[in-house]
Design a protein around this ligand. Structure first.
Ligand code: AMP
Ligand code: ZN
Length: 499
């Protein structure tokens, strides 16, 4: 015994010395992660997110065991939401569903920007009140979210109802010397915040000569002192608030710092938005919050890629927007669009075309048809086969790998075709997986009268099918699908349904 111990030690030392330093570091890092995870996460599976702040995928560790706080930048309600905005809200929803699926308790806050430069412009153009304008678009947005089966955020704070919190935060920044007053407003002095630029990886060569901007948004990747509070001017009409700071209105960036910290605390877990918000909006949020509290603001920053159309980014200001209503007018369902969003990883760009949407609609319909067929043919439930656990584990590993929904969808298609599982086993997995997909796969469509034309096509298809003319049968089925119906072959013969 005595002689063996040192030998083993030497052996171990030799092996680890052989590995390059980089590999050894990686192994150590991974071992540290595993140890920390088993200590902190308890019964939870590991979840990884790409954190913009670190520019890499990281193991997720909540601040409070088993609980997660998420803040998502919400809409500016001066127009209908477009399907680009909705892609980002679908991403938020998937993120939240994944955390819920992993057993976390989630508190999700999404703000409503109901005051900014664009809103003021639109009010004077349309001659309506601020509330008339913003409530109309806010209401429609929530209807859109419901149609897309997005779980409503737990808290939806409006900027105009949190002016007090914003003013308090600005006062703190003035006291601490991070903000200064001019004739037209109160500005954040970017050069005072040493970590400015860390999120967007800005090179801050010219930090000492920062320009000052009043406008809430700007394209240039250049550090600018930005407005925290804008003193009232004639162009603002009757839109202003009287606070200790003077009569005026808040800048855009301060609202998200004030409202996120109001509902999630000074330091919280996850902040989301699309990539256009990394700079300047999220950079400015960090600067405001961390300067005021002296604490770290957010641990994980997750950013979604753009929805693009042929001309480039879809955006209200470029005037190339498509709304969910327009999608519906073209014969699609909101959940067809949700399915399309799941086919591309959230961080990648998604090129929108009607053809892509049609493909998504077909795949989604095939999935639903198959689920209904399985549901109608449930067999006796037996003991869980090994395959069920394997599917569950694989699914969890995919969704926990920075929301890999395209691969999770592919796994679902494999499951639907897998003959090694009983229908009852498949069905319980499907219901489970759909808690994350949110495609309402189990929902039966309302029965509607079947038009004669469809019945005739289905009869022709049945004839072709029984005669072994598969291609003809398939193309007739596609025709039936394109007219908004599906046909399933059941033990009682073909069944037609409204899609
Ligand atoms: P807005 O209403 O313009 O303030 O945007 C609301 C949310 O939609 C923000 O998180 C934006 O980053 C996001 N967003 C805006 N345009 C797009 C786009 N083309 N694709 C994806 N997300 C977008
Ligand atoms: Zn925001």
């Amino acid at each position: 015994m005595k002689s063996r111990k040192p030998a083993a030690k030497t052996q171990r030392k030799k092996t680890s010395q052989k590995l390059p330093r980089e590999t050894r570091n990686k192994i150590n890092e991974r071992q540290k992660e595993i140890t920390e995870l088993s200590e902190e996460a308890g019964d939870k599976e590991p979840v990884y997110f790409y954190n913009t702040l670190k520019r890499k995928k990281e193991l997720f560790k909540p601040i409070k065991k088993g609980r997660v706080g998420i803040y998502s930048c919400g809409p500016t309600v001066y127009n209908y939401a477009h399907i680009g905005n909705l892609r980002t809200y679908i991403f938020n929803d998937i993120l939240k569903r994944i955390l819920l699926f992993n057993g976390y308790e989630v508190k999700h806050v999404m703000n409503i920007t109901d005051i900014d430069d664009k809103i003021i412009k639109k009010i004077s153009e349309e001659g309506v009140s601020l509330q008339e304008l913003t409530h109309k678009y806010e209401k429609r947005l929530f209807e859109n979210l419901a149609e897309l089966n997005i779980i409503m955020p737990d808290i939806k704070p409006r900027a105009t109802e949190h002016i007090h919190e914003m003013a308090e935060l600005i006062k703190k920044l003035l006291q601490k010397g991070y903000a200064y007053k001019t004739d037209d407003g109160i500005y954040y002095a970017v050069s005072k915040f040493k970590k400015y630029g860390r999120l967007s990886n800005l090179k801050l060569k010219n930090l000492k000569q920062t320009a000052r901007v009043q406008s809430d948004t700007y394209e240039k990747e250049q550090a600018n002192d930005f407005a925290l509070w804008k003193f009232w001017q004639e162009r603002d009409g009757d839109i202003s608030w009287k606070t200790d700071l003077g009569r005026g209105r808040p800048g855009w960036h301060i609202e998200c710092s004030a409202m996120s910290m109001r509902y999630l605390g000074n330091h919280f877990d996850i902040h989301t938005g699309a990539i256009d918000l990394i700079f300047p909006h999220h950079e400015n949020e960090i600067a405001q919050s961390e300067a005021a509290t002296g604490k770290k603001f957010v641990n994980y920053w997750l950013h979604a890629g753009f929805l693009k159309v042929a001309e480039g980014k879809m955006s209200k200001s470029l005037g190339n927007i498509i709304t969910l209503d327009e999608i519906k007018e073209n014969g699609f369902k909101p959940l067809d669009y949700r399915y399309l969003c799941l086919t591309t990883h959230y961080r990648s760009e998604l090129a929108f075309t009607l053809e892509n949407l049609q493909n998504a609609k077909n795949s989604c319909q095939n999935m639903k048809n198959r689920v209904h067929e399985i549901k109608r043919n449930l067999d006796v439930t037996g003991i869980r086969s090994q395959n069920v656990q394997e599917y569950r584990q694989k699914f969890l590993a995919l969704i926990n790998d920075d929301l890999d929904m395209p691969k999770a969808l592919a796994l679902m298609h494999t499951l639907l075709k897998d003959d090694n599982l009983k229908n009852s086993e498949k069905y319980s997995l499907i219901l489970d997986f759909d808690k994350v997909f949110g495609l309402q796969l189990d929902k039966e469509e309302k029965t509607a009268a079947i038009p004669e034309e469809i019945k005739k096509l289905a009869a022709d298809r049945e004839k072709a099918r029984t005669a072994g003319m598969w291609q003809v049968a398939d193309s007739l089925r596609e025709k039936i699908n394109s007219l908004g119906f599906s046909v399933d072959d059941t033990s009682n013969g073909p069944e037609i349904r409204k899609i």
